[in-house]
Design a protein around this ligand. Structure first.
Ligand SMILES: N[C@@H](CCC(=O)N[C@@H](CS)C(=O)NCC(=O)O)C(=O)O
Length: 206
């Protein structure tokens, strides 16, 4: 399988890169200078009309959305063990956490980023930051409780759900410090060799 990943450091494109490293699949890394405006140039807009990363080109077909790319890769290589089997009770939990990332976990922290550093200053709304921080608290509490007695979200098995949830928690490493189980979880994730390779410039594994 021919895999090309359009990638910018410190963005959601870490998710598929980290997964590719966990699975030790060969891939080509195409660095996109997102913050320098490259994603809004016609050449890249032909890949992703939203001017966002990640995008993947798999055997010539473009796929968008970090979660979808990770899910597709996970299911395409079941022998890599990055998800429980379809139909198993563990799969329910796995899918819950995959969707939790986009449906619950990302929203408040993304609102904080948007209104503190991303949207133009005159459009920022401080009340939204306050709302989002308040909304974020029970989410972190819930995840902290969930991870109290286990290594990973599904227990001992590391799965793609840990990449989704973990990468999003790592956006807020300061807040995570107040939650011992979450802090330990984030440290375990960051100590994984695949995570370290994925955050190293430039290094595809193969
Ligand atoms: N839901 C998409 C979001 C992609 C996204 O918004 N990526 C950000 C970087 S983390 C981006 O490229 N933003 C640039 C922009 O939207 O202009 C995904 O998960 O792939």
């Amino acid at each position: 399988m021919d895999i090309k990943l359009y990638y910018t450091h410190n963005t959601r494109s870490l998710r598929p890169r980290w997964l590719l490293e966990e699975m030790q699949l060969p891939y080509q890394l195409q660095l996109i200078d997102l913050f320098g405006g490259e994603a809004n140039k016609p050449e890249y807009l032909r890949i992703n009309p939203h001017g966002a990363v990640p995008a993947a080109e798999i055997d010539g077909q473009v796929m968008l959305e970090s979660g979808a790319i990770c899910q597709w890769l996970t299911d395409s290589f079941p022998d890599k063990g990055m998800a429980p089997a379809h139909g198993s009770p563990e799969r329910m939990r796995y899918e819950q956490w995959m969707y939790y990332t986009f449906g619950t976990l990302e929203l408040p922290i993304w609102m904080v980023f948007l209104h503190s550093m991303i949207v133009p200053e005159e459009q920022r709304v401080p009340d939204i930051i306050a709302w989002a921080n308040e909304r974020n608290q029970p989410i972190l509490e819930r995840l902290d409780a969930e991870l109290k007695n286990c290594e990973y979200l599904l227990g001992e098995q590391f799965t793609s759900a840990d990449i989704m949830v973990g990468s999003t928690l790592l956006w807020q490493s300061e807040a995570v410090k107040s939650f011992p189980a979450l802090q330990g979880y984030c440290e375990r994730l960051q100590a994984r060799p695949a995570y370290q390779r994925a955050t190293t410039d430039p290094s595809p594994n193969a």
